[in-house]
Design a protein around this ligand. Structure first.
Ligand code: PMP
Ligand code: GLN
Length: 375
């Protein structure tokens, strides 16, 4: 690969899932649910395929899906986007992230990532010829908080964008109003863009998710990214989206059109159906995930590990009292379980050296077997 991709190697998700398959391990590594989404949504996709919706959708995505996305945002978060000009369907949130960075960040600029960060951000920044600057989350009682002073000092004349992921992968932290306001004030003061990765926007356990785009001064400078994968258990469909003011979204579209142009024709109407009609299913999913979070957290405690509080997402992090990377490389063989070392999401691994991410988005049977093997 080219020089700017050299530091990345193979993604940890591919490595750990391959290891899990090879060893017949319970995969608590890669974050994907192992049961299906709403039956009626799957039926819509089947129907679309049978009736011939199998060619390129429009580059911005099917109109009915953009309409459904904007209605869903308005209903859940009281924020309005124009489906014609301010919503773009993408090939998963991953493409939305890449297109946002490629389309809006000039080479030579700096992008601030909050560490630990989801791995595709760093690669997208490198592909764009820009540089990442990281700011750490810091332990805060049983969970993690943003170091706002460190964020402030990380901004330079070259800073173009801050990437804000809440609910946060891998820690499960949800940023509250105080943290989001501090980021927003800084963005306004220093005229920065914000990429808000909100793929876990619905997967919150009691705390309210606040889209940073809704804070004062932020609508015109935020690209919000989300995905049907997490909300409806269809990570493999890769139907995601970006929402932003027309000016920003035109930049995202400028890059997106040459990444994939468009994709997922039969899945787009199915996701539109789910956004419109499957809210009760999502409520049940969230209750189920919260119960699974509690099961896994208690089991990890019982096994002598030290789990952190998790407020959303699919994940719980725990201190394993040994090097996390070696622990995770050995775990499929030693215990028949796969997990992800949090160090792979960092540039400054030291504070995270012994922290491992376990996924709990698994059927009760699989989760119980994983727990049995770990404990
Ligand atoms: N952002 C975060 C924080 C994620 O955890 C993931 C996937 N797990 C993505 C983006 C990518 O989403 P998608 O699968 O829709 O491309
Ligand atoms: N986002 C998922 C995770 O964090 C996996 C995504 C992937 O496999 N690239 O586990």
């Amino acid at each position: 690969a080219v020089e700017r991709l050299q530091p990345f190697g193979a993604t940890i998700f591919a490595e750990m899932t391959a290891l899990a398959l090879e060893r017949g391990a319970v995969n608590l590594g890669q974050g994907f649910p192992d049961w299906d989404g709403p039956a009626a949504m799957l039926e819509v996709a089947r129907g679309q395929i049978s009736t011939g919706n199998n060619q390129y959708p429009p580059v911005r995505g099917a109109a009915e899906l953009r309409q459904a996305i904007c209605e869903d945002r308005a209903r859940n978060f009281d924020v309005e986007y124009d489906p014609g000009t301010e919503a773009l369907v993408t090939t998963g949130a991953t493409e939305a992230i890449a297109a946002t960075i490629l389309g809006l960040v000039e080479p030579g600029s700096e992008v601030i990532l909050i560490e630990p960060y989801y791995d595709s951000y760093a690669a997208a920044v490198a592909l764009a010829g820009s540089t990442r600057v990281t700011v750490p989350l810091v332990p805060d009682g049983t969970g993690f908080a943003l170091d706002v002073d460190a964020l402030r000092s990380a901004v330079s004349e070259k800073t173009a964008m801050i990437v804000v992921n809440s609910p946060h992968n891998p820690t499960g932290t949800i940023f509250g109003l105080a943290e989001l306001s501090a980021i927003a004030e800084l963005a306004v003061e220093r005229d920065l863009l914000v990429l808000a990765d909100e793929v876990y926007e619905r997967l919150t356990f009691g705390l309210v998710h606040i889209p940073i785009a809704t804070l004062p001064g932020m609508a015109s400078r935020t690209v919000t990214v989300s995905s049907a994968g997490k909300t409806f258990n269809v990570t493999g469909w890769k139907v995601g989206w970006a929402l932003a003011s027309q000016t920003l979204l035109d930049g995202v579209l400028a890059a997106k059109q040459f990444l994939t142009f468009s994709g997922g024709a039969p899945f787009q109407p199915a996701v539109a159906h789910a956004l419109r009609h499957e809210q009760a299913w999502v409520t049940d999913l969230v209750a189920d995930l919260q119960r699974k979070r509690d099961l896994l957290t208690h089991a990890l405690e019982g096994a002598g590990l030290s789990p952190f509080r998790t407020e959303g997402t699919y994940f719980v992090c725990a201190r394993v009292d040994q090097d996390a990377l070696s622990y995770c490389r050995a775990l499929p063989a030693s215990r028949g379980v796969a997990a992800i070392p949090v160090t792979v999401f960092t540039d400054h691994p030291e504070p995270w050296r012994e922290i491992v991410r376990f996924a709990f988005c698994k059927t009760d049977e699989v989760l119980a077997e994983g727990i049995r093997r770990l404990t």
